[in-house]
Write a protein that binds this ligand. Structure first.
Ligand code: DOR
Length: 443
């Protein structure tokens, strides 16, 4: 008997672009090479009977802290959490120390990642007033997924606050510019509300709806003037969704599981500063509007904004407590639970967790289960009921805001370019993550 495939994933329900199909999937040389009944045709076999096979989950917003505050996370621990959570590729953010703002610093991250990261990876270059005119070259460096611009101050020093510099960033290059959209002038004006100490429930009042709407309004205007596509990260308000639906020609939209799952005031009463992040978790009116935007098709993708800080750091009195929540490992279980509870279909979830990032960033060969694509598969048990616990979390920060939550739906295996990297909550072998390739920068 011939064994043409390196791996055959056998007997699962496979989510192809056309919908769910009962088929085996054959992978050879890292690429999907066959469908149908492939019994006995694999050098290795993964038995997916009773399981559901999804395209590999791509998390396009993680902060892995290396180089810099690696006591919170590093590229190895962050990507370990990723694959344990069913994530096959991550895009890592530039607010490290030093910030990733030069070609050398992107190359340094690629070097650090190679042989240490479990998932595939790419890195954002951080926009600054100093490097704005060089971004057209920086965005094409190997291992770079695009430009990240902080229009409002958050963790780290990266900031492009004024219209003139935002316009310079948008004029430099052609790939999508990914934006943290909070108006920095308004943040500074209102900081007196909390600066002397306040309850963390004030966080969404300091960083209020108008802070987000004003910035996104400015960004859309400048993006149209520059004819530059932008990705608006972690959108949190009903009002921004109203705006963004009228700008689908130029702006794509990301939302986060945290903002879809938690709401004020309950999250601050229960979790205190563990719920503090930028932009903030808001009340149920906004959470409901994010769900409506998902089901109306306004939202393009879901990322985790994995932003780990230690419990000790989070225990500082607000507002000295840092903003950000870990999330790369819980993104998929939380979203599968929303599927189980009927808030979105599994097909729509895949569109947001795999295909979306591939479309937005022009990823080559990832984001769908199709011939010629990378053999990146996230195998899930849709019926498994499991409790999310801090103990399960691989992040150096060691906690999750979802500790104690029972979810329906769990990752059973993470397969990256035909390698079974995780099965049954255990990683396999050694880290083999590789640079993600992009259509615009293929050599
Ligand atoms: O809450 C946040 N934390 N928002 C960000 O924009 C950055 C992130 C971090 O790096 O800690």
């Amino acid at each position: 008997m011939t064994t043409p495939f390196d791996l055959v994933v056998q007997g699962g329900t496979v989510y192809t672009p056309g919908g769910p199909v009962e088929t085996d999937v054959g992978i050879t040389n890292g690429r999907i090479a066959g469908f149908g009944n492939l019994k006995g045709q694999g050098k290795a076999t993964y038995d997916a009977k009773g399981l559901t096979v999804l395209p590999g989950v791509i998390d396009e917003q993680v902060h892995f802290r290396e180089p810099g505050p690696t006591h919170k996370e590093d590229l190895a621990s962050g990507s370990l959490g990723a694959v344990l959570g069913g994530v096959t590729a991550v895009f890592e953010m530039p607010n490290t120390d030093p910030p990733t703002a030069t070609a050398d610093l992107i190359a340094d991250k690629v070097k650090r990642a190679t042989g240490r990261m479990w998932s595939d990876f790419a890195f954002f270059v951080g926009a600054t007033p100093e490097n704005a005119d060089q971004l057209k070259d920086l965005e094409r460096v190997q291992g770079c997924c695009g430009i990240k611009m902080f229009m409002g101050s958050s963790t780290g020093s990266l900031l492009v606050a004024d219209d003139a510099n935002v316009a310079r960033v948008l004029a430099s290059g052609s790939r999508r510019v990914t934006v943290h959209s909070e108006d920095d002038d308004r943040l500074k004006e209102r900081n007196t509300m909390v600066a002397a100490g306040a309850d963390v429930s004030m966080h969404p009042q300091w960083r209020d709806v108008e802070t987000a709407v004003r910035c996104t309004t400015r960004l859309l205007k400048l993006a149209h003037a520059a004819k530059r596509r932008v990705q608006v990260l972690h959108v949190t308000t009903a009002e921004e969704m109203e705006l963004l639906k009228d700008h689908k020609d130029i702006a794509t939209v990301e939302v986060l599981p945290q903002h879809l799952t938690l709401a004020s005031p309950e999250c601050y009463e229960r979790l205190g500063t563990l719920a503090q992040m930028n932009p903030p978790i808001r009340d149920a009116r906004h959470r409901d509007a994010l769900w409506k935007a998902i089901n109306d098709g306004v939202v393009d993708c879901i990322g985790s904004d994995h932003a780990p800080h230690t419990l000790e750091e989070k225990a500082k009195p607000y507002p000295r407590s840092p903003s950000g929540l870990p999330g790369v490992q819980t993104l998929l279980p939380i979203m599968l639970n929303h599927v189980a509870e009927g808030r979105l279909t599994l097909q729509r979830m895949i569109d947001l967790t795999s295909a979306g990032a591939a479309r937005i960033y022009g990823i080559a060969n990832k984001g769908r289960i199709a011939l010629g694509y990378d053999g990146d598969l996230t195998v899930v048990d849709l019926k498994a009921k499991r409790e999310i616990t801090n103990k399960w979390i691989a992040s150096k920060s060691g906690w999750t805001p979802f500790d104690g939550m029972t979810v329906t739906g769990w990752p059973k295996a993470t397969i990256i370019r035909g390698n079974i990297v995780m099965r049954d909550d255990e990683v396999q072998g050694t880290p083999t993550g590789a640079v993600v390739r992009f259509q615009e920068t293929l050599q």
